[in-house]
Design a protein around this ligand. Structure first.
Ligand code: NAP
Length: 502
């Protein structure tokens, strides 16, 4: 929401709650300076609608300034020794962990997620700086056995230059560090445009970047209108790479906008994860796994189980246990230490849940629990389980991005794999079975970038995160995560003399 308000310079609830009040900034961070604009945007707490503060409504001019600063800083940063970049990234990670409670609080206040999930995200986010700092020292090249006479062939790796990141609100810290860690380790500079809903986590990272010794211009944060900032970033010939996490719809827009300047593009887009429970699975573990895979981040997770396929022979047993486990979850303001689920991010998210539930019930699904707004009101929607979901229902094909779990019966392995693959998405899938041959067979047949077998947890800095099909392009994290931030340069030294001169 755009407002013509001036910055709120007085203490408000957010800063009053923090130990390190310096972490709460209401300015953009460009070229190492805190920048204001006349127009401001309100940031609200999804748990109660209270205004937490405002941020600058930056546009093309501020984005251009950040790009120019990143360009100016690039040569020096790229030329720094990898060990020096590693030291700075490590300091940044350590500062995040030292300020974990405050960073988690900021996240819960602006994003709504339960405080324990926020603490977990800070650990997860800091790990990318540590991981990529180490990787900075290992960006080896190749020497190639020559196919031409008297030649030496050398391949070296070079940072691509100025990069830009556009990030979502569901993981306000980790989606930035997963990108910035790789970019800065590679020797690139980065302009970040965080989601309007969760800018304060990004700005707190900028505070710590400065303290860690990241030079001015190497890491900037530009808040404001997504179209103006996205337009300036994609159209700039100086920006050599865009990395985006968000919906497939916006990913397509950014790809089209970037065509003119032919950039490197990384896309972490939507998911529609199948969660398959075979008749030979440990049912209790499958129930616990499906609770985690569905309701973490209150279902607002690209990895969220969106179609829970259960073999017909164990379906009724699973449905009963899963419904009971769902009913035991506590929905509350994320500041409540006992909270398992928090509010959704927007009224549109509530409407999506409502439309998926209404459509499914009209077409014959059974409501096993939930199915309406929570008694807490506002943006709280009850954790919901739908039974007997079928392919004619919208929820079967679309990402809900909310706490609605659809259960689907299946009768054999071939059919369930075919059904699981019948989507434009290919981010994550889950398989529960105690038959090791089946686990391999089914994993091999699923067209997904990441598969959790008998576990809902598999993410972390060392793994290649990313999807098949329209779930994205490229991988983040892992030893592959720096590839997209580096160019290969091949040098052929020709006409070298065959023998030593006398
Ligand atoms: P979104 O609507 O695509 O927004 C993502 C980011 O793009 C936000 O910062 C948004 O800004 C910005 N944006 C929107 N329109 C833009 C435009 N035309 N130009 C430039 N930037 C634009 O997605 P979301 O609702 O925030 O996030 C949910 C989606 O992200 C889901 O589909 C989820 O699966 C996906 N996701 C994927 C991963 C992954 O790693 N694959 C991880 C997390 C989430 P505003 O906030 O200001 O609108």
């Amino acid at each position: 929401m755009l407002n013509a308000m001036m910055p709120d310079t007085g203490d408000n609830d957010m800063s009053a709650m923090l130990n390190n009040k310096d972490l709460f900034r209401q300015s953009a961070f460009i070229d190492g300076k805190w920048v204001e604009t006349k127009d401001r945007i309100n940031v609200t707490n999804p748990a109660d609608g209270a205004v937490l503060g405002t941020i600058p409504a930056c546009g093309a001019a501020e984005t251009e300034a950040a790009i120019m600063a990143a360009d100016k800083a690039f040569a020096g940063w790229a030329a720094s020794l990898p060990a020096e970049r590693a030291r700075i990234l490590r300091r940044w990670a350590d500062l995040m962990l030292e300020n974990k409670e405050d960073l988690a609080l900021i996240m819960t206040l602006e994003q709504g997620k339960p405080i324990n999930e926020s603490r977990g995200e800070i650990d997860y986010a800091a790990a990318f700086f540590e991981w990529f700092g180490e990787e900075a020292k290992r960006t080896y090249g190749d020497t190639i056995p020559p196919h031409l006479p008297h030649a030496k062939m050398i391949v070296t790796r070079h940072p691509v230059g100025v990069t830009a990141a556009i990030t979502p609100w569901n993981f306000p810290s980790a989606m930035i560090t997963r990108k910035a860690g790789a970019a800065l380790a590679a020797g690139c500079t980065m302009v970040v445009r965080p989601a309007s809903e969760t800018p304060y986590s990004a700005l707190a990272l900028a505070v710590l970047a400065e303290q860690a010794g990241v030079p001015a211009g190497v890491f900037s944060v530009v808040t404001g209108d997504p179209h103006l900032i996205g337009g300036a970033l994609t159209e700039s010939p100086i920006v050599r790479k865009i990395t985006f996490t968000g919906s497939t719809r916006v990913g397509r827009i950014l790809l089209a906008q970037s065509a003119e300047t032919v950039k490197k593009m990384s896309m972490e887009l939507g998911g529609h994860a199948p969660f398959i429970v075979f008749e030979d699975a440990d049912l209790d573990k499958a129930v616990t796994g499906a609770i985690g895979a569905k309701f973490a981040t209150t279902g607002q997770d690209c990895l969220a189980a969106n179609r829970i396929y259960v073999h017909e022979s164990v379906y009724d047993d699973f449905a009963a246990k899963y419904t009971a486990a769902t009913q035991a979850l506590k929905m509350a303001n994320g500041l409540d230490e006992e909270a398992d689920l928090g509010p959704l991010m927007s009224e549109a998210a509530i409407e999506k849940c409502e439309s998926h539930v209404t459509d499914a019930l009209e077409k014959g699904a059974r409501l096993l629990t939930g199915g309406k707004k929570h008694a807490l009101g506002g943006l709280f929607y009850e954790p919901t389980v739908l039974g007997d979901v079928s392919p004619d229902m919208a929820i079967y094909h679309e990402e809900t991005f909310g706490p609605v779990a659809p259960l689907v019966r299946f009768s054999n392995e071939r059919d369930v794999v075919r059904a699981a693959n019948d989507t434009i998405y290919g981010l994550a899938a889950y398989v529960y079975s105690n038959d090791i041959a089946r686990c391999h067979r089914v994993s091999d047949s699923l067209d997904y970038g990441m598969i959790g077998v008998n576990t809902p947890k598999f993410t972390g800095a060392p793994i290649p995160f990313g999807g098949f099909k329209q779930s994205g392009l490229g991988r983040e994290g892992s030893r592959h995560g720096m590839d997209d931030y580096m160019e290969l340069k091949y040098v052929c030294l020709g006409n070298l003399d065959a023998g030593l001169s006398s």
